[in-house]
Ligand binder design. Structure first.
Ligand code: DAV
Length: 363
């Protein structure tokens, strides 16, 4: 059946087919959460965020919302249906960093939207922001499957105490990443949706701080018709979420963060199937904006609108230039002042509907 704006349908099998319907996050009432194991392990050692928590300054919330609203309007003007989450009062039950990045919580695979377990305590309740939309889709689309992964207990058993010392040092962090020793243990299945990339029949999942091997095994059992493949990026001292590391643009083409290169033996699978993996352009900035958890590599956290068109953050001149050379039409989007609320253009959205069906790109 073809897509029509008047009828809700949930379907998206990959990261690049023509986007028709999307969720764009909001920054309302965002907090910097208090200290907790998995989150602290991700805060860079020299970051201005260490030891800070509480509600984010109102002017930064307003500015982030302005940028997110503009992004949503631009998508609407291009004919994409845009829905927005309903913020909850995060300071009450437990504080949470944001209700901004829908991509971290919601994994759309075909007609299903799966709520991830999450791995930070502060993000346990974030799925609630999307429940009004999930309920609406469920009422309006008889083929929609709304699923939730088992909520984890997130006791101290879920975290390696080794990661909690004040100054670990980058060298040791890199060694640990290379050894696949991460802050999360194998106590119970854990995954964030943003560690998963959808390539039709294949789901490519980063094993790192926010997704453990049991989380990947859970996904394998949950999606028996898919091939679920774990990948690692040894150059990343803070490995969370795959979407500033590995970015598919269209069938056969992936950008890879040159500081976090996919190991040779894991490249084979892509090479064998004629996928080209290209080093991403350098970020235009030397540091992330203030009070931001993410690295400067949000430069490659792009939203693909169709296999020829991509939204790139407007200040990322090198990334835009590279996209242009790769034959993509670039839509610049101003978002940098909203990065602190959970990330870039890919993070702050979640697919609801893309054209196309489930294809096997690795036959
Ligand atoms: O490079 O800090 C950010 C990913 C956000 N979803 C990074 C990873």
């Amino acid at each position: 059946m073809n897509w029509s704006p008047d009828k809700t349908q949930v379907k998206s099998w990959n990261e690049w087919d023509t986007l028709r319907h999307v969720i764009v996050g909001r920054a309302d009432d965002c907090h910097i959460p208090p200290e907790e194991p998995a989150l602290d392990a991700k805060v860079p050692e020299d970051s201005d965020m260490r030891g800070q928590w509480g509600r984010r300054p109102q002017e930064t919330i307003d500015r982030a919302n302005e940028l997110l609203d503009n992004f949503a309007d631009m998508l609407r003007k291009r004919g994409v249906r845009v829905d927005r989450p309903t913020p909850t009062d995060f300071s009450k039950p437990v504080t949470t960093p944001d209700c901004m990045p829908p991509r971290d919580v919601l994994l759309t695979v075909g007609h299903e939207i799966l709520e991830a377990t999450m791995s930070y305590r502060c993000r346990w309740f974030e799925y609630l922001c999307y429940r009004p939309l999930m309920q609406q889709y469920w009422e309006e689309d008889v083929n929609f499957r709304h699923e939730a992964a088992p909520k984890p207990r997130l006791t101290d058993e879920d975290y390696h105490a080794d990661y909690l010392s004040e100054k670990i040092g980058i060298e040791k962090r890199l060694k640990w990443t290379a050894e696949k020793f991460f802050v999360t243990t194998e106590e119970e299945p854990l995954f964030d949706a943003a560690d998963v990339l959808r390539f039709g029949k294949d789901l490519i999942v980063q094993h790192g701080f926010t997704t453990n091997l049991k989380g990947i095994e859970w996904l394998r059992r949950h999606f028996p018709d898919h091939r679920v493949r774990a990948v690692n990026f040894p150059g990343d001292p803070y490995p969370i979420h795959i979407d500033a590391t590995f970015t598919p643009l269209r069938p056969g083409l992936i950008l890879n963060n040159p500081n976090r290169r996919l190991p040779e033996e894991q490249r084979e699978y892509f090479k064998k199937n004629d996928w080209e993996i290209v080093d991403a352009a350098q970020p235009a900035h030397n540091t992330p904006p203030p009070l931001c958890y993410s690295s400067t590599w949000l430069s490659m956290n792009v939203l693909v609108l169709d296999p020829k068109t991509v939204c790139v953050e407007a200040s990322e001149i090198y990334q835009m230039e590279q996209m242009d050379k790769l034959g993509m039409e670039v839509v610049p989007v101003d978002l940098r002042d909203a990065y602190a609320f959970g990330g870039g253009l890919h993070c702050c959205t979640a697919d609801v509907y893309r054209d196309g069906e489930c294809e096997d790109y690795f036959p």
